[in-house]
Write a protein that binds this ligand. Structure first.
Ligand code: FAD
Length: 350
């Protein structure tokens, strides 16, 4: 259903690390932001693909867990009160008249997959490798258990691990995300079954070692080689997950929650339809402003490309600053920006 448009200075497509930092940079220049992400939680690849992994090349942090970096970036953006629209893709992007007096389109209208409409004076596309979507296991009736609220039913992403404290959890998958989340949830769950169709896990060797150590310590049970067979429950309330081995023998695991981690499908999706010049699924930008081929539209982070581009978080942070300043100059061409360091200026409530 289409609702009344939300209006903002800047709409940011993507709440990955780079999109989150763009909120901060825009905020420092008194630009309001609304952020849309296809995922249910902020953090992009860091949160969805490798939350437990340490990152070693963020300036000032000799080592920081990806999930912690996301928490810090979220906290850093908070003083500027951004509005997040999560769990929805930006489907359409079209030029619009933001200021009613404007003779020609001077802004952008974004429409999401949930019908939310945002009108913005500028757009920063921080869409990484495109919109993520979970690979769903082919279980009959699984939709009935999706979207049932934190700590219940079927979840493909975890925003707040605390919501799973004291729950009986079946976690399925054998890659890095499955391993990372098993290690985190072993501390919180009442019972944790880790289901994988092979004896061997595919993740980082140290994570595999930690998983086996947790199993030996009785913090979780490895249910291998088994695969998901069916779900049992009533009125959308999950009661058990049935698994089967290679010979078809079934086992019923009583559970409140099923967490399938079968990877993510990624594609540029609707971005390819926005009339932007593209270079092999990336958006070419002018490297000193991150401006794209369309006025008022900027691209930063993994999705932006220019000669010698490095797909690193720290480069994305710099691009966020460059884009925010370019947006500010575009929206206030007659105002001389009095340059101030953050140390001089501070942040609201800081
Ligand atoms: P992303 O993190 O990809 O976030 C983009 C967001 O945009 C996603 O959440 C997506 O859902 C959303 N989105 C896309 N299209 C739409 C749409 N149409 N509507 C709504 N939302 C949309 N980098 C480093 O600097 N150091 C490292 O050590 C490092 N290690 C890594 C390890 C692994 C295993 C991986 C996979 C990557 C690693 N990286 C590392 C790369 C780093 O994660 C990326 O450079 C970074 O995530 C890019 O950030 P981003 O915000 O540009 O994009």
């Amino acid at each position: 259903m289409t609702e009344t448009p939300h209006r903002t200075d800047v709409a940011i497509v993507g709440a990955g690390p780079v999109g989150l930092f763009a909120v901060f940079e825009c905020g420092m220049l008194q630009l309001s932001c609304q952020v849309v992400d296809a995922l249910d939680a902020v953090g992009g690849q860091c949160a969805a693909l490798y939350p437990e992994k340490p990152i070693y090349d963020i300036p000032g942090y000799p080592r920081v867990q990806a999930a912690e970096l996301v928490e810090r970036l979220f906290e850093q953006a908070e003083p500027f009160a951004p509005r997040y629209h999560l769990g929805q893709r930006v489907e359409r992007l079209e030029a619009c008249r933001f200021d009613e007096e404007a003779g020609a389109p001077d802004g952008w209208r974004l429409t999401t997959s949930k019908g939310v409409v945002i009108e913005a004076r500028a757009v920063i596309v921080a869409a990484g490798v495109g919109a993520f979507g979970p690979n769903r296991p082919p279980l009959t009736g699984i939709e009935a258990y999706e979207g049932r609220g934190a700590g219940r039913g079927v979840h493909y992403f975890i925003a707040r691990p605390e919501a799973f404290r004291g729950k009986r959890i079946v976690l399925a998958g054998g890659g890095d995300s499955a391993l990372d989340w098993s290690i985190i949830l072993a501390e919180l769950a009442a019972e944790l079954y880790v289901v994988h169709r092979r004896e061997k896990f595919r993740g980082a060797p140290e994570s595999v070692a930690r998983l086996h150590a947790l199993a030996e310590a009785g913090r979780l049970e490895l249910v291998v080689p088994y695969q998901l067979d069916s779900l049992q429950g009533r009125d959308g309330s999950l009661e058990a997950v049935v698994v089967r081995d290679l010979d078809g023998r079934r086992r019923t695991l009583e559970a409140d929650v099923l967490l399938p981690f079968f990877g993510l499908s990624m594609n540029l999706g609707p971005i390819a339809e926005w009339g932007l010049e593209l270079d092999r699924h990336l958006i070419p930008v002018e490297p000193t402003t991150c401006a794209t081929s369309r006025p008022g539209l900027y691209a930063i982070g993994d999705i932006a490309t220019y000669p010698n581009k490095l797909k690193l978080i720290l480069c994305g942070f710099s691009e966020a600053a460059l884009a925010a300043h370019a947006v500010r100059r575009r929206l206030h061409p007659d105002e001389e920006l009095h340059w101030e360091y953050s140390t001089t200026k501070g942040v609201p409530g800081g």
